[in-house]
Design a protein around this ligand. Structure first.
Ligand SMILES: [Zn+2]
Length: 443
């Protein structure tokens, strides 16, 4: 038998949680990476028998798949803390939309996206879904950074920064699809903003194009009770039912929020095999409602988790988000057994990958998948003693414990430090934007 090929990197953590198979914790295992893929998973002794260019001992560390932030608006990181403690429509109409009209241009998206990418990498996120203006700039920043993302082409009925009307937005989107067709880390989706900002005619255009390009659709749906109520008053139809009638729903449909779910809504999600992206902290902060994730899960709906934008959260901390999700699910379901720690981690990894149509490539630690991996350091006082590393990760660990992170085998975070960004320069750029925006009238 020929000798096994040399590994590029052999990781030797105290614990390894593959997420698939579910509920498993391997102790003293090794993970080997070669050509950006996971080449080996097995007992430490078997791993040590393999030759490797680099061997990294990770005592006290837990290795998991990289986390997938399934919904956000990255560049809005520059609006973090601009308008707080307001209901959704007041926040949007009186603060965020005017500020976007005044400030969002290519430079804003470039700097905001860099800030969002850096924050997410430091927090253990290897892949994120983004919905914002100037998607071409966002895609370029992701490409440059080495991170992985689904970038949505934003669709609204009114003019937006970067596109005078929907036809221009769609033309730009098609060109971007062509450009990125074979990109190994950047995928594209359509992002019609919400049922109340995109009419039937434009949704029909999105549906036709998404079918032609076999592209996912990500959309805010049923974010608040009043969204559903107003639609019922005006049209007699719930927004999700309208989307179903228009043929928008399917396995590539990502319904963000879904705080309002009646029996008919649940049946539509199940029949169409849609994913739901749960953003509990944004929903809590805007008092939008509670997505009944335990009920969705029991019905077989794929539930992922997202931070939403930093203007409504106010961070891109998916580990904190999933902790909130696990705690809130118990309160909403009235059951302490709802969403246990393993399921919470699955929601932040494999379910996110599945929502984005990337589960054949990422979301679990399995041989042949991309080496998108995070090492969490559980050796600190606040994590002692470690009976169950997954429980410790979800319920007792903050993102400051992220020690190393790889995307497609490339180290983007090493010993807590970003390898591709100058953190002081990033912070200085963000501060400069903040000072300009704070000094203006159009906040
Ligand atoms: Zn959002």
């Amino acid at each position: 038998m020929p000798p096994a090929p040399t590994l590029d990197l052999l990781l030797l953590p105290s614990w390894l949680v593959p997420v698939e198979p579910a509920g498993v914790v391997f102790k003293d295992y090794a993970l080997g990476i070669r050509d950006g893929l996971i080449e080996f998973i097995g007992p430490r002794a078997d791993g040590m028998a393999r030759s490797a260019v680099e061997v990294l001992e990770l005592p006290g560390c837990l290795l998991t798949p990289g986390m997938v932030n399934a919904h956000g608006h990255g560049a809005m990181a520059l609006f973090r803390g601009l308008a707080d403690d307001l209901p959704l429509m007041t926040w949007l109409q009186d603060h965020i939309w005017p500020a976007e009209g005044r400030w969002v241009d290519e430079a804003f998206v470039r700097d905001g996206m860099d800030l969002a990418i850096a924050e997410q990498l430091k927090g253990g996120i290897t892949c994120f879904a983004d919905m914002y203006f100037f998607p071409k700039i966002a895609a370029e920043r992701v490409h440059e950074s080495g991170m992985r993302a689904q970038i949505s082409v934003p669709i609204l009925d009114f003019p937006v920064p970067g596109a005078r009307d929907i036809d221009e937005a769609l033309r730009q989107g098609i060109a971007l699809f062509d450009e990125l067709r074979d990109h190994p880390r950047v995928s594209l989706a359509f992002g019609p903003h919400a049922p109340y900002t995109v009419g039937d005619a434009n949704l029909e255009k999105v549906r036709v194009l998404a079918n032609q390009l076999d592209a996912p659709i990500q959309m805010h749906v049923h974010e608040t009770a009043s969204e559903v109520q107003q639609a019922l008053e005006h049209t007699g139809e719930r927004p999700l039912a309208r989307l179903a009638r228009l043929g928008m729903l399917g396995p590539r449909f990502q319904a963000v929020h879904m705080t309002q779910v009646n029996d008919d809504d649940l049946a539509l999600l199940v029949e169409n095999n849609c994913s739901v992206v749960h953003c509990p902290e944004s929903n809590l902060k805007l008092a939008s409602g509670f997505c009944p994730i335990e009920r969705l899960w029991q019905a077989g709906v794929n539930v992922a988790v997202g931070t939403d934008g930093a203007a409504s959260n106010n961070d891109l901390d998916l580990l904190a988000e999933v902790r909130t999700a696990a705690l809130l699910a118990k309160a909403v379901a009235g059951s302490a057994t709802a969403v246990d720690a393993h399921r919470a981690l699955r929601m932040a990894t494999l379910n996110g990958a599945r929502a984005l149509g990337l589960d054949a490539l990422i979301g679990s630690l399995e041989v042949g998948k991309a080496a998108d991996v995070v090492a969490f350091d559980l050796s600190g006082l606040a994590q002692q003693p470690v009976y169950n590393p997954v429980s410790q990760l979800i319920y007792a660990t903050g993102r400051d414990c992220v020690r190393h992170l790889w995307v497609a085998g490339q180290a983007l975070l090493s010993d807590g430090r970003l390898t591709g960004f100058d953190e002081a320069a990033l912070a200085a750029r963000a501060r400069a934007w903040g000072e300009r925006i704070a000094a203006s009238d159009a906040q």
